[in-house]
Write a protein that binds this ligand. Structure first.
Ligand code: BTN
Length: 333
């Protein structure tokens, strides 16, 4: 884990952010009194917020506020909202203000044998990773960045289809809050109303024929501003737009509730147990699609997935199956 004795610049701002999180107006004097620092020191801290994508409103003679406030993650609130099975399975839960990538942090811990059944969340990732070498944008308090570490003893083949099953877990968590029109796009995307809402990145470590560990990383847009999302190169959406008002800690707990029991039983059950649920959420079932892997591409009609999570594509030469990895899928226009 990162060095906990040294506070990162963002961690140093946490107390002032907690005060401003209510979205109300606070005078410089009241902030200074609450924090035990001078008004000049308060101002110095507030000037740093813009760097983290936070828009501070300042009104002369009245003070400062963060319009819309902030819904900060809380280890306590997440733990309290976990159901019994997830609580029994989870060994450790950590919420950081800022990390490079929650996946990287857990990969390190798994290597040290301290990552099993550990969940890590971060308010901000400075080097969040997506599939196929892409960046994952996760500005402060505007997305849910969650990783879970898990050790498996049956080799990599017992993990076949797991990334698709994780999509089912996320969709089930969203269903608890009645988020409408949630779909899954093979292999790892969660879509809502025809646009990407969340992505899943699985990373493996260890002996792929015997004991191996996996980090399950989930990133879900939750309050992205149009400006911070400028770098996203595909149609995207955000939970605040499609279903405002879901607490971030509440959502994290719901995802862990769905995910942890799935991980604990996955080696016995495999993807076959989730295939039907995945098929019911399939964004592209029966539609013309194009698959791309490097310079190779295939066109056909998406025909669902098999028991291992491979995509089935009906082409002019018959049905072909494709396993995840570096392949991307697009609807044909
Ligand atoms: C994708 O490309 O769609 C997958 C995105 C996965 C992003 C999540 S955010 C939490 C975890 N940490 C990372 O660096 N990536 C994953």
């Amino acid at each position: 884990m990162q060095d906990e004795a040294v506070k990162t610049p963002l961690e140093q701002l946490r107390p002032v952010l907690e005060l401003l999180a209510d979205g109300e107006m606070h005078s410089g004097e009241s902030l200074g009194n609450a924090l035990g620092i001078s008004r000049a020191a308060v101002w110095k801290q507030l000037q740093k917020l813009e760097y983290y994508g936070l828009t501070l409103e300042s009104v002369k003679g009245r003070g400062y506020r963060l319009p819309g406030g902030l819904d900060l993650l809380s280890e306590k609130a997440i733990s309290e909202q976990l159901g019994g099975s997830a609580r029994a399975l989870l060994r450790e839960l950590r919420v950081f203000d800022e990390v490079g990538s929650t996946n990287s942090l857990l990969l390190e811990r798994l290597e040290q044998g301290r990552g099993h059944a550990v969940a890590v969340l971060a308010e901000r990732q400075s080097a969040g990773r997506g599939r196929r070498g892409r960046n994952w944008i996760s500005p402060y308090a505007s997305s849910l960045s969650l990783s879970v570490g898990w050790d498996f003893s049956g080799g990599v083949q017992c993990l076949e289809g797991l990334s698709l099953a994780v999509g089912v877990a996320v969709a089930r968590a969203l269903a608890r809050f009645s988020v409408a029109d949630v779909r899954l796009k093979w292999p790892n995307d969660v879509w809502c109303q025809g646009r990407k809402l969340a992505g899943v990145l699985l990373e493996l470590k260890g002996d792929l024929t015997d004991r191996c560990s996996v980090v399950i990383g989930i990133g879900l847009n939750n309050g992205l501003s149009a400006k911070t999302a400028e770098g996203i190169d595909q149609p995207w959406t955000d939970l605040q737009q499609v279903r405002p008002g879901i607490g971030r800690s509440e959502l994290a707990a719901a995802i862990l509730d769905e995910l942890l029991p799935m991980l604990a039983t996955y080696p016995e059950k495999g993807f076959a147990a989730y295939r039907e649920a995945w098929a019911a959420l399939d964004q592209f079932a029966g539609q013309p699609v194009q698959l791309q892997s490097g310079s190779l591409s295939w066109r056909g009609i998406a025909a669902g997935v098999d028991d291992k999570g491979a995509l089935l594509l009906d082409t002019e030469e018959g049905q072909k199956s494709f396993h995840g990895g570096e392949i991307s899928l697009r609807g044909q226009v």
